[in-house]
Design a protein around this ligand. Sequence first.
Ligand code: 4NP
Length: 154
Amino acid sequence: MNILMVCLGNICRSPMAEGVLRHMATEHGLPVRTDSAGTSHYHVGEAPDRRATASMRRHGIDISDLRARQFVADDFHRFDLILAMDESNLANIRALAPHPELAAKARLIMDLVPEHALRSVPDPYYGGDEGFEQVYAMLTEACAVLIKDLRTHG
Ligand code: 4NP
C-alpha cells in the first residue's frame, strides 16, 4: 500500500502526517510505503519546519530526514491513496488527475474521522507551537483509523 500525504508547502502538515503514519505502520509491522508532497513549489528541497520537527520529537517521532517536493500528476499512478490536509489542497490535486477516475484516489485526511469537528487540518505555518500540537493530535486520530482499516482489510 502506497500512501501520499499532501499539503501546501510540504514542510508542516504533510511531513508530520507522513511521520505519524510511518511510525504507526512500523509499530504494527504493516507494509505501508509513505511519502508526502506540497501543491506549491515554495519549499522544494527543504527539511520540515523546525516547529514541526520539534513537535514530532516531543512525541518521539523523528522526521528530520524528510525533504519537501512538489506534487506531480504522476503521483496519481504511483500511490493507492492520496490524503489532502485541506479543501484547497484537495481541489489543486484533483485538478491534476490524469483521468477522472484517478481523482477518486485523493481524499481529505479528516474524512477518516467523520465525527471530528474539523474537515480540514488548519495550516499552522503563521501561528504558534499550539497549532502544531493541534495538527499532531488530528493526524494521530486520522492515522489510527487508517492503520485499523489496513489491519482489518489489508
Ligand atoms: P504546510 O504549511 O502546507 O502545512 O507545509 C505551509 C508552509 C509554507 C507556506 C504555507 C503553508 N508558505 O506559504 O510558505
